[in-house]
Design a protein around this ligand. Structure first.
Ligand SMILES: Cc1ncc(COP(=O)(O)O)c(C=O)c1O
Length: 357
């Protein structure tokens, strides 16, 4: 069996040991005589899985009891609506958004349907290659939303934005890849399909005191009711939550977030050193704002891009085609990508440059 190094933006590769464990337990989970995807979400066996996932996330990210942890459906995109609906009291309230790329832009557009949104900063003018360094936030804003890592444009905040109102962070593509102080945030959310597991479940970590009681929140995203219901106001994505629990266990056993961060920095350094070594490859993001986990890059001669991607696939490296908005290539290296995978990509890039440069 050959498993490729998967550089896709998400869904992406998951650790082999996680996949093997899921495979081993697939037909018969624990003492249940059936698969984990076939048991009731209300039964004690699944509740154990659910509680284990919550406990592991709390432990790994050091999340205090002031925060609720939810596993919801609808992706990070669903949260673009759920967040304003849960953190404002009415559609008359104001929220603030930093636009730093494709995903934060989408969140702001969606958020605007449910309250007043103030654009606190916008880097569209520089093609989302340089992160905003200043933002103006109305005093009455319910929160300041930003994307910690822009998966398409490849820019990442190295430290959180300063904010006197609660900070809401989209960490879909870099959650659990570096140590953060959760208590600095009002809410953190992430689609699981990059750093935490398969697609189909979204993690929401929310400071409970910020939740308001709007009556027009769709039930499945209603935090105040989902918290006592343990994310089970509807049938939750049980298999996905199980997979997240396995990935979190893997993170813990590998050395936790500090180890993930160390590897993340090492992988990014390998790739950027290769890109910066000459003029054959370029990365659009400004140095200092570059993402460690999702790295778009271009070949000097775009005609070669197709061959580059196809050649990589032949050598067991998939998912390198760039996002449609930018073209070129993109290498996403989430927690499950090994340093060896980054090394293999860099060797391939050097060889390709030798042949075509
Ligand atoms: C930073 C970021 N936010 C939001 C999303 C949307 O996530 P979902 O597909 O889970 O709705 C993505 C998807 O790639 C993303 O990278």
């Amino acid at each position: 069996m050959t498993r490729a190094y998967n550089f896709s933006p998400g869904p992406c590769g998951l650790p082999d040991s996680v996949m093997q464990r899921a495979q081993a337990e697939f037909l018969e989970f624990a003492e249940t005589q059936t698969s984990v995807m076939e048991i009731s979400h209300r039964g004690k066996d699944f509740l154990k899985v659910y509680n284990n996932a919550v406990r592991l996330l709390r432990e790994i990210m050091d999340i205090s009891d002031d925060y609720a942890v939810l596993f919801l459906s609808g992706g990070a995109t669903g949260q673009s609506a759920a967040i304003p609906l849960n953190l404002t009291a009415s559609s008359d309230d104001t929220t603030a958004y930093i636009i730093s790329g494709h995903w934060s832009q989408r969140s702001a557009v969606e958020g605007k349907k449910y309250c007043h949104t103030h654009i606190a900063a916008d880097n569209t003018g520089n093609g989302h290659t340089i992160l905003p360094s200043e933002w103006d936030v109305p005093e009455n804003a319910a929160y300041l939303h930003y994307a910690d890592n822009e998966t398409v444009h490849g820019v990442e905040f190295s430290t959180r934005p300063d904010s006197f109102v609660p900070l809401v962070a989209d960490m879909s593509s870099n959650i659990a890849s570096r140590r953060i102080n959760v208590s600095d945030y009002g809410l953190i959310y992430a689609g699981a399909q990059k750093n935490l597991g398969p697609t189909g479940v979204t993690v929401v970590i929310v400071r409970k005191e910020l939740i308001r009681a709007r009556s027009d929140v769709p039930m499945i995203w209603d935090y105040k009711n989902q918290i006592p219901a343990e994310s089970m106001l509807n049938t939750p994505p049980t298999f996905q939550i199980y997979m997240v629990s396995l990935v979190l266990e893997w993170v813990k056993n590998e050395g936790g977030i500090d180890e993930m961060e160390k590897r993340c920095v090492e992988k990014a350094k390998l790739l950027y050193s290769c890109i910066d070594a000459g003029n054959f490859y370029t990365a659009p993001a400004q140095i200092g704002n570059r993402s460690r986990t999702s790295i778009p890059f271009f070949l000097a001669d775009d005609v070669l891009t197709g061959d580059f991607v196809a050649g990589a696939e032949k050598e067991g490296m998939i998912g390198l085609k760039g996002h449609a908005l930018l073209g070129g290539c993109r290498a996403c290296m989430y927690n499950s990508m090994s340093v060896a995978g980054a090394q293999q990509l860099v060797e391939y890039m050097r060889e390709f440059e030798r042949k075509h440069g």
